[in-house]
Design a protein around this ligand. Structure first.
Ligand code: URA
Length: 431
């Protein structure tokens, strides 16, 4: 029977499992334009409502990957990467790419922009004057081989099917589907030609996935798909019930990353960075245990080599770390009562950063890199009335309302609460 897209949509609508040929013909036709957006949107909605088996999800990922190029590396050094599902204050990539490069790995990191309340690695890096996030495939190849790492946006040759499909999902209420998220994330990451991948799946008030169950389901789907496609894949579930590190914004996050690489900053950020990195060192055979992997990465912080490598990457990508990055004037958000910090509405803090101008409401918005929020307390801390909970870096027209609004996102109560664990679970088929 000749291929008919409407039959494929109808079969998925009725809950059937799609075959390799059906998925391949559909994605190929959509990428080339012979299948129109309305049929792809209908299939996306059928997948959203009916789900996909692990087999179908892997086939969809494979076909979206095959819509573009896959990078090739010689066998001298392993090629690795990390992907985060997104959080507030998540600047791990800025530390991890250079630290892994210091260990002799190749890291051609393809990153994204802010999505909803979560910040984007590319937006943060663009606060560095001159930094380019639009590297061509040839530049990614040359710089990764020479420096060891790059952090850039997806070029048009990488998984073009995802670029087209993501734009449709955004306007057809089909973003929050585990098979579609899996195929979207993994097609772009696997196009880097990876040997090993670690996924940081965030859980909590500032994460896409609010519960451990939902995050575990996504993590299992990502790990299973990566493993089926021959990449050593591990996921860590990590806490996003409070911001990671202290800074949430753009220039202030780069400053915090530089301070962390200089050995001077928040323990949670370093611990998560080193644990994610250690997974990749073990998967690549560079370390035999996670603890040994963490120590190797920590040594590159203590010796200053990690910071040197970050500078080398920034300069290869056209940026100048020594040119002043303006930071907006600071005010404080104060506690309105004494007690213990029991919860932080991290998603609301993410939207406050957008409100200050540090993120986008629509894709065409420009970003004010100078604004952001520094969280000064953590869950479990005792605070006094009038004590600063956060420092707010804002332009003058926003300073008035920002302090009180931001303080309202911190819950302070009489009873003490314990600090939530940073790493909640590990999901992998690897030992
Ligand atoms: N990030 C992606 O790249 N794709 C999704 O579908 C969701 C998050």
């Amino acid at each position: 029977m000749p291929f008919n897209p409407a039959n494929v949509i109808a079969r998925k609508r009725d809950g059937a499992a799609l075959s390799r040929a059906e998925i391949a013909d559909f994605i190929d036709g959509f990428t080339k334009g012979s299948i129109p957006d309305y049929q792809m949107s209908a299939l996306a909605m059928a997948i959203y409502l009916r789900g996909m088996s692990a087999d179908e999800t892997a086939l969809l990922t494979e076909q979206m990957l095959a819509s573009g190029v896959t990078m090739q590396w010689d066998g001298v050094a392993a090629c690795v990467d990390k992907h985060s599902t997104g959080g507030i204050g998540d600047k791990v990539s800025l530390l991890l790419a250079p630290l892994l490069a210091c260990c002799g790995l190749r890291v051609p990191m393809i990153s994204g922009r802010g999505l909803g309340p979560t910040g984007g690695t590319l937006d943060k890096l663009e606060s560095i004057p001159g930094f380019r996030t639009d590297l061509s495939l040839a530049e990614i190849d040359e710089m990764t081989n020479r420096v060891g790492c790059v952090i850039t946006g997806a070029s048009t040759e990488i998984a073009p099917a995802d670029r087209k499909l993501y734009a449709l999902r955004d306007v057809t209420a089909t973003v929050a589907s585990i098979p579609l998220i899996t195929a979207s994330i993994m097609s772009k990451k696997l196009a880097e030609g990876l040997d090993a991948l670690v996924l940081d799946v965030k859980v909590g008030s500032g994460a896409f996935m609010k519960t451990v169950d939902a995050a575990s389901e996504l993590a299992r789907s990502l790990v299973e798909t990566g493993t089926r496609m021959g990449v050593k894949t591990t996921a860590l579930l990590s806490d996003m019930s409070q911001p990671l590190g202290k800074m949430a914004g753009n220039a202030i996050e780069v400053d915090e990353a530089v301070a962390a690489l200089a050995g001077d900053t928040a323990d949670d950020l370093i611990h998560l960075t080193n644990t994610l990195g250690a997974e990749l060192l073990v998967a690549s055979g560079i370390a035999t245990t996670i603890e040994e992997g963490r120590q190797r990465l920590q040594q590159h912080i203590e010796s200053g080599r990690g910071l040197e490598k970050f500078r080398e990457m920034v300069s290869a990508q056209g940026g100048d770390l020594d040119t002043h990055r303006p930071i907006a004037p600071a005010t404080v958000a104060e506690a309105t009562r004494a007690g213990f910090v029991s919860a932080i509405d991290v998603e609301a803090l993410g939207y406050e950063v957008i409100h200050l101008g540090g993120g986008r409401r629509v894709m065409s918005d420009s970003i004010d890199h100078s604004v952001g929020i520094e969280t000064l307390v953590a869950i479990g801390d005792r605070v006094e009335r009038g004590q600063p909970l956060a420092r707010v870096f804002a332009s003058s027209q926003n300073t008035g309302r920002a302090g009180a609004a931001i303080a309202s996102h911190f819950t302070v109560q009489d009873e003490s609460v314990s600090t939530p664990p940073l790493i909640i679970d590990r999901i992998s088929d690897l030992p």
